[in-house]
Every structure is written in structure tokens, then in C-alpha cells.
Design a protein around this ligand. Structure first.
Ligand SMILES: Cc1cc2nc3c(=O)[nH]c(=O)nc-3n(C[C@H](O)[C@H](O)[C@H](O)COP(=O)(O)OP(=O)(O)OC[C@H]3O[C@@H](n4cnc5c(N)ncnc54)[C@H](O)[C@@H]3O)c2cc1C
Length: 296
């Protein structure tokens, strides 16, 4: 068919849920030399009216069909550097945010990103969803990023203002034609949404469920009312549906038994939980994890 896309490739292992899913068309982007391949893949999806999906670390996406009828691009752009005097970090989008945070501390005594130690996924995914933990968000020290417009083939720099960050939101969510290449952060000053003394290393090690998951599934309706509290309130904590379940350690962690779990087990559990919470508490639970579904 064409030289820039592979056909029928297993992509489920990229997602935190580890269910078995095949993608119709697949490509991996490793270096800047691959940008024309990336643009061709995007145009192919438009010409054939197919959904287009970028995968970073896969720790925030749920496939709900065992076959994804679309074009999947796995981002593998990595490497980063830190300018010690200016306190400026520049990183490519598929670097692990956890690894950068840890190395900044160990090698440069820079602990502003301490709370990101233990946060799974890539920098690109974290910027896309403005990931945050214990009061620290990706937007806090964000300076700018470089994106590749897959429609026009033009590279652009976006400032923090352009990125329109808010709770688990960025400009990229509204612009599927933009592929995030790299980002720059300014560590000259500590900035945070709110202060927290939580020991994040202990939390990740001992209080966070282990197994196949994408972390918290729903957004918290407010700081006072958490999604986990609502799931517990309607007696669904540790509830199993097929091979999918809500964790007994943290009720908002949707878990899967890997390849034994059907993607539909996960979606059905999500839908029944939203309904029960809505019926019994009037709260509407909105997913934080991206649900990837074929066109009807
Ligand atoms: C155990 C566990 C704990 C977690 N704890 C937290 C937490 O405390 N706080 C929190 O916010 N999240 C948490 N998460 C969720 C997850 O780690 C974050 O959302 C993470 O930032 C997602 O990054 P990713 O690379 O895995 O994204 P992916 O799942 O690969 O992608 C997420 C979205 O970003 C888009 N995307 C990825 N890369 C690019 C790119 N280069 N250009 C354009 N779009 C792109 C994808 O298309 C997709 O829509 C947790 C997950 C797990 C498994």
C-alpha cells in the first residue's frame, strides 16, 4: 500500500490497560527526519476519513474496541538538556517526565519538579493534558513549546499564553493537527497551584494501586468532592465487571487484568459507574483518561 504506514499492528500494549488491540495503520516517529512521514500519515487519515491518534507513554488512553480503525503514530522523540546557569530545561516530547524530574534532582540539585517523580508517561502527554500532582502542574514552570502543524507542515512556537492551560486541559486538545515536538521550562522560580507536603515517593510506592491502569480515571468534580469519594459512596469500590474493576486502594483507579480483559469490559464499567453516580448523587463524572472509540 504505502511505505510510511504498517498495517494491522498490535497497539494495545502501549496503553496502561494492556488489553489486546490492533491498529489498522501504524507508524513510529523517531527523529526530525521523520516529520515528512508524519505529515503524510496525517494527510492519509484525512483523505480516508480516518481518526488519527498520537501515542506517547500511553498512560492516559483507553481503547474500547479490539480493533482501532484509524492511523496511529507512536512518538519516540527523546533527549533533553538543562542549562544550569539560566535554569532552563529543554526536552523532546517523548522523554519521561518522571525520569527528567529525578535526574534534575540527582544531577543538578534542582528539585522544583520533585512532585513529578513517580508520574508515568511522556512530557508530550503531560503537556497535552496539563498533568499535575499535589499542587504542581505542568503549566507551572512552562515557558514555550515547539509544535509541528501536520496539516501545513509548518513548525511553530507556542507561548504559555497560547497554550490556554487549565485543569487537565491545554490548547493541544482543541488542535488535533498539532504534534508537540519539544518544550522549554523555566526553573528560576518555584511556582505551584497550591502547596502540598505530601510525600509523593511514599504515596506512589505504597498508596497507589499497582497493576494495569491509567491512574485516576475521572476528573474530580471539585477539590472538595473527589471522583473516588463518589465511586465509594455508590458502593462500586472494588467492584468487578468481567476482567475490569475499580481498585480497592483508590476507588478512581480503573484496573484491568491485561490481555484477559476485553476493552468493552472497561467501557461498560465506566458507563455503569457514571450512571449510578449520576442517579444517586447528581454528580456528573467526566473522564480524565482519553476514551478512544471507532467512528460509528
Ligand atoms: C499509576 C498512574 C498514576 C498517574 N498519576 C497521575 C497524576 O498524579 N496526575 C496526572 O495528571 N496524571 C496521572 N496519571 C495519568 C498519566 O500519567 C498522565 O496523564 C500522563 O501525563 C500521560 O502521558 P502519556 O505520555 O502517557 O500520554 P498518552 O496516554 O500517550 O497520551 C495522552 C494524550 O496526549 C496526546 N499526546 C501525547 N503525546 C503527544 C504529542 N507529542 N503531541 C500531541 N499530542 C500528544 C495523545 O494523543 C493523547 O490524546 C497517572 C497514570 C498512571 C498509570
Amino acid at each position: 500500500m504505502n511505505s510510511f504506514l504498517l498495517e494491522n499492528v498490535e497497539i494495545g500494549h502501549f496503553s496502561g490497560y494492556k488489553t489486546q488491540v490492533f491498529g489498522d495503520y501504524f507508524s513510529e516517529i523517531i527523529s526530525e527526519d521523520d516529520l515528512s512521514k508524519l505529515q503524510k500519515a496525517y494527510h492519509f487519515s484525512i483523505e480516508n476519513n480516518l481518526p488519527f491518534l498520537i501515542i506517547g507513554g500511553g498512560t492516559n488512553m483507553l481503547f474500547v474496541n479490539d480493533h482501532f480503525e484509524g492511523v496511529v503514530v507512536k512518538n519516540s522523540f527523546s533527549t533533553w538538556n538543562y542549562a544550569t546557569e539560566k535554569k532552563i530545561l529543554n526536552a523532546w516530547s517523548n522523554e519521561s517526565i518522571w525520569k527528567i524530574a529525578q535526574k534534575l534532582e540527582e544531577e543538578y540539585s534542582q528539585d522544583i519538579w520533585h512532585r513529578f517523580i513517580g508520574l508515568p508517561g511522556s512530557l508530550g502527554g503531560a503537556i497535552y493534558g496539563n498533568a499535575g500532582c499535589f499542587g504542581l502542574e505542568v503549566e507551572s514552570n512552562f515557558l514555550s513549546c515547539e509544535v509541528f502543524d501536520m496539516l501545513s507542515g509548518i513548525r511553530k512556537t507556542l507561548s504559555k499564553n497560547d497554550m490556554d492551560f487549565s485543569y487537565r486541559h491545554s490548547y493541544l486538545k482543541d488542535h488535533p493537527e498539532l504534534f508537540l515536538l519539544s518544550a522549554t521550562f523555566d526553573f528560576s522560580e518555584k511556582r505551584e497551584k497550591y502547596h502540598s507536603d505530601v510525600d509523593n515517593i511514599d504515596f506512589r510506592e505504597n498508596k497507589q494501586p499497582k497493576g494495569n491502569s491509567c491512574g485516576s480515571f475521572f476528573k474530580n468534580p471539585s477539590r472538595e468532592v473527589s471522583a473516588g469519594f463518589l465511586i465509594e459512596k455508590v458502593w462500586l469500590k472494588w467492584y468487578h465487571h468481567g476482567w475490569a474493576y475499580w481498585s480497592d486502594l483508590h476507588a478512581n483507579f480503573l484496573m484491568s487484568e491485561g490481555e484477559s480483559c476485553r476493552p468493552s469490559d472497561l467501557l461498560e464499567l465506566v458507563r455503569l459507574t457514571q450512571k449510578k453516580v449520576q442517579d444517586e448523587t447528581w454528580y456528573e463524572l467526566v473522564n480524565e483518561v482519553r476514551i478512544i472509540e471507532n467512528k460509528k
